[in-house]
Write a protein that binds this ligand. Structure first.
Ligand code: ZN
Length: 305
């Protein structure tokens, strides 16, 4: 009654096929995370680096991105949180033996402790101080999942957090199990937690020394391509006087910051090496209205041949 059967094959098809499609999709996502560079989407190839969020990247792709933030379309979205190579760790991975044939679905890397394959089926971690990569279960087996009894008894009486460092089972580097064990390809929830930890740690970073700051400012004048382009657009729209960033050749701005800063350094050197005659030329030509300040006097005295 009512169940005439007409719709039953359709429903069965849906029930059967939808989970299959979802499964295939999930398998592809896992492959993408564990076998491929999160940035270039190329197969992971050593040297492999990882960030504070446990993503895996080919180091060459990441360097490419740091030199040119537009090298990958969605680069900013994927690794906008990576400011320099200091924000990533080169991983010490254990290759599977024998190595899988190219393009196969077998993991390239394994846990050195229990040989579990790094294929997304098991949680993996890396140690931030040395970069060694282990399966979570392998590392737990070796270092234990609770703090050592010694540190526990110490802490209970004094109330002081006096954490005892663990030792990497592969290379003996010391690490803290509470802050130095980074989950590789974490779940969404864990990634959010890791993001919070990263932001908290960065907010506590000491301000860089003065010389570094000055260098950063010099680099900041170059900025990245998009920012310069934006400024150019703004200045043409508003016909402002050109900002310092525009004085620099756009071709230089488009290049790497490293290149730009080395050019700036060269320019400074060149100026420093100028003869007094040239200097006076410069002065008469450009500095006429300005009085020589104490700083410039000092500079010229110091560098005069
Ligand atoms: Zn290690």
């Amino acid at each position: 009654m009512g169940n005439d059967g007409g719709s039953i094959p359709d429903r069965r098809d849906l029930v059967k096929n939808k989970p299959k499609a979802e499964q295939a999709d999930k398998a592809n996502q896992i492959r993408a995370l564990w076998f491929f560079c999160a940035l270039s989407k190329r197969a992971l190839q050593e040297p492999v680096v990882s960030c504070a969020l446990g993503k895996l990247y080919n180091k060459d792709a990441l360097i490419e991105y740091l030199l040119d933030k537009s090298a990958y379309g969605d680069g900013e979205e994927i690794c906008g949180h990576i400011r320099s190579l200091k924000d990533v760790k080169t991983l010490k991975l254990t290759p599977r033996s024998p190595p899988p044939s190219p393009g196969s679905d077998v993991a390239k890397f394994v846990c050195p402790l229990n040989l579990k394959e790094m294929n997304g089926a098991y949680p993996f971690v890396y140690i931030h101080t040395c970069g060694c990569v282990f399966s979570q279960s392998g590392l737990r087996t070796v270092i234990g999942s609770t703090p050592t009894s010694k540190s526990l008894s110490n802490d209970e009486d004094s109330g002081v957090v006096n954490e005892q460092l663990d030792v990497c089972p592969q290379c003996a580097t010391k690490f803290s199990r509470t802050t130095d064990v980074i989950t590789v390809n974490p779940s969404k929830e864990e990634e959010e937690r890791m993001q919070t930890v990263m932001e908290l740690r960065r907010s506590r970073e000491p301000v860089k020394s003065k010389s570094k700051k000055r260098k950063a400012n010099a680099e900041g004048a170059v900025e990245d391509k998009s920012a310069v382009a934006k400024k150019m657009k703004e200045s043409t729209n508003n016909s402002h006087s050109p900002s310092p960033a525009l004085v620099i050749n756009p071709a230089v701005a488009a290049g790497s910051k490293a290149l730009a800063s080395s050019l700036l350094a060269e320019e400074a050197k060149r100026k420093a090496g100028m003869s007094d005659a040239v200097k006076s030329l410069y002065r008469s030509k450009f500095d006429k209205p300005k009085k020589e300040t104490f700083t410039t006097m000092g500079t010229f005295t110091r560098v005069s041949p």
